[in-house]
Design a protein around this ligand. Sequence first.
Ligand SMILES: Nc1ncnc2c1ncn2[C@@H]1O[C@H](COP(=O)(O)OP(=O)(O)OP(=O)(O)O)[C@@H](O)[C@H]1O
Length: 217
Amino acid sequence: MIEFRNVSKSFWTGTQRKVILDQASFRINLGGSVGILAPNGTGKTTLINMMSGLEKPDEGEILRSSRISFPLGYMGGVLPKLNAVENSRYIARLYGLDPDYIESFCRYICGLEEYFEMPIATYSKGMRARFMMALLLALEFDIYLIDEGMPSSTDAEFNRKAGSVLRERLQKATVVIVSHQTDILEKFCQSAAVLRNGRLTMYDSLEEAKQVYNYAQ
Ligand SMILES: Nc1ncnc2c1ncn2[C@@H]1O[C@H](COP(=O)(O)OP(=O)(O)OP(=O)(O)O)[C@@H](O)[C@H]1O
């Protein structure tokens, strides 16, 4: 469970205060995957970072009582000068998991071939995104935090494999996806919220949230 209680967050830009959340209270329960729709630049990354604990609220409380993932795309634990073998084994040890299993899982999902033995620093943006998604899926969490949907990969094989592992994980786990688009949410979320002008409104169904979001665009 992740619960926001009267959470406010804003940034001072030098000329104005950019409000991301204004006294928001909501709860994400285990078992119901949620999408959060918000236009670009309105606070999706800040919100997901607050859920994971990477960003602190200015006011209010954020309560967590489950195993919550790092946000997809967060490169904090990954060392660019090491290759994917070394990085996946290092992360496995950090989480107390079997390095052989985590390495083989990532190798299978990513399809990076010989680049799996090359430093992460040599990867394209898409290859990096594939490795980070594989790593996220290799670790077992109760809530997976995904910023802007699946990595933009043109690799159909990767999308198929990652999508099917995520669906399998979601039989037990919950996903929170923040996005400015509705299509990725349709694949994985039952309900959704709309974030606009610092206000986050939860809707019971994705359909309802989509209508409100599209109407206000
Ligand atoms: N540390 C900061 N200091 C000042 N402004 C910030 C800071 N972090 C984010 N912002 C601003 O807050 C707003 C929301 O940023 P955020 O990255 O959360 O939005 P986003 O919806 O994820 O954006 P995008 O859709 O472009 O990825 C943006 O205007 C951004 O410039």
